[in-house]
Design a protein around this ligand. Structure first.
Ligand code: GLN
Length: 454
């Protein structure tokens, strides 16, 4: 019992879960036992999963990492978590995350940072971030605290934490997974996806999570392919595109060496390597950091102290004072920064200069990919320009934090499926990820390429 308690304390010290729901996980095992006896096992019968804390879960706290949603227990279930449940899965708990999914290190959470289970080989005991915003999700899988989890990815939040923690994560084509019941960050970019140890597990989970939903106007009305059944690491006849614009200055040699190694693995699996060009890549990050905050500032207007969670009522104050006090106390610094940027780029005087221009550049980035996919079937790049960094290392420098998304953001702006698979370890013994970007609706293509790398 002592060992057990110590193990539980060590697991909890990662701060991966904001809420634990062990009864739910145990109940799903009982249901699975009964199903086995009656012969109606489902694809996820008896599998307990962690759910990122921005999927609405009936009666269970859903905070999106924010103080402003403290105590919010939804009366409804998100489509994605409901589908996982229908497929037989149970819930281990809700997973910590950056506040409203804004961040790349899980340090903006109102519920404290998540600590990665990884350590640098020469770094003593220095705590590292698991990446973000799905940092709790990534840490839980990496530490063996969940066999699979949900994440969301607006500009890299599934892929970068997967890379930092040595696991696999896929962001499907925009519209594959319903956004209904997921706390919105940037609606034109937000997409749910699974994170797990293997490509196969991700394929199984993604199949359960995907599908048309009339409650989400941007949901794609197309059948869900049998991705797991379609898995094959034979890449004969496939062309892998290597975008020359992703060879950027300042990226450590180890990252580029891993990229070359990835190219070699894909060649061994039968793929032909072609150089491609994505000329607008250098505009992707600034474009993302206009569009995402703009949409966020609009989505976050609903947190007014009336409808959800926190309410601050200053003595003698009117309604406006209540709004202001609630938002001042409820939102953290990064969320406030995004609201300021977002309202600025949407303001009458600057709308055309920033927001309209960003929308135009987004169209060009999309076109770059469409042209590239005439020459190749999928694209390989590194997932992130660095391995996991230390807690506190980038918190005072938002630009350095934003730069970590440089490889992830273009696929998000184009709505394309993309995944990170573990590639190897750096000289500090930390995991590095390889990033695959696929054609619209071709999750199978990148799953197969991922399987060849894995
Ligand atoms: N790190 C990026 C941001 O802060 C992406 C986050 C995400 O994908 N949710 O916006």
């Amino acid at each position: 019992a002592e060992n057990f308690n110590a193990a539980v304390a060590a697991a909890r010290s990662l701060n991966a879960y904001t809420v634990e729901t062990p009864d739910d996980a145990l109940a799903c095992a009982d249901v699975a036992d009964a199903a086995r006896q009656s012969g109606d096992l489902k694809p996820l019968s008896g599998i307990p999963l962690g759910i990122k804390d921005l999927f609405a879960t009936v009666g269970v706290d859903t905070t999106s990492g924010s103080r402003i949603l403290g105590g919010f227990k939804p009366a409804y279930e998100s489509t994605v978590s409901g589908k996982l449940r229908d497929a037989g899965a149970g819930m281990l708990g809700k997973l910590n995350m950056d506040e409203f999914a804004m961040g790349s290190s899980n340090e903006t959470s109102a519920y404290g940072p998540v600590i990665s289970p990884w350590k640098r080989s020469d770094g003593g005991n220095a705590a590292l971030t698991p990446g973000g915003s799905s940092g709790g999700s990534a840490a839980a899988v990496a530490a063996g605290l969940a066999p699979g989890v949900t994440g969301t990815d607006t500009g890299g939040s599934i892929r970068q934490p997967a890379a930092f923690t040595g696991i696999t994560g896929i962001k499907p084509t925009y519209g594959r997974c319903s956004r209904w019941g997921i706390v919105s960050f940037a609606s034109s970019l937000d997409q749910a996806g699974p994170m797990s140890r293997t490509v196969r597990d991700c394929a199984i989970l993604l199949e359960a999570m995907s599908g048309f939903d009339s409650k989400d106007a941007t949901s794609i009305d197309a059948p869900v392919p049998a991705w797991e059944q379609g898995l094959s690491s034979d890449l004969k006849g496939k062309r892998v595109g290597i975008p020359r614009e992703y060879r950027i200055d300042g990226v450590p040699g180890e990252i580029n060496a891993l990229w070359d190694q990835g190219i070699a693995w894909l060649k061994d699996a039968g793929a032909e390597v072609v150089e491609i060009s994505l000329p607008h890549t250098k505009y992707a990050l600034p474009t993302y950091y206009i569009i995402a905050p703009a949409e966020a500032s609009s989505n976050l207007a609903r947190y007014d102290g009336v409808r959800y969670g926190l309410r601050e009522t200053p003595e003698g104050g009117n309604l406006d004072a209540m709004y202001a006090a609630t938002r001042a106390a409820g939102f953290g610094a990064e969320v406030k920064r995004r609201i300021m940027i977002g309202t600025y780029v949407l303001s009458a005087g600057f709308y055309d200069a920033y927001f309209t221009k960003a929308q135009r550049v987004r169209a060009l980035i999309k076109r770059d990919f469409a042209e590239a996919f005439e020459k190749c079937d999928f694209i390989l790049t590194p997932t992130a320009p660095s391995a996991a960094f230390g807690i506190g290392e980038k918190m005072s420098d938002p630009l350095a934090m934003y730069l970590n998304d440089v490889f992830a953001v273009p696929a998000s702006l184009a709505g394309l499926p993309a995944m990170s698979v573990p590639g190897g370890l750096d000289s500090q013994g930390l995991p590095l990820g390889l990033h695959l970007i696929g054609r619209e609706m071709d999750e199978q293509g990148i799953l197969n390429a991922g399987l060849a790398i894995e």
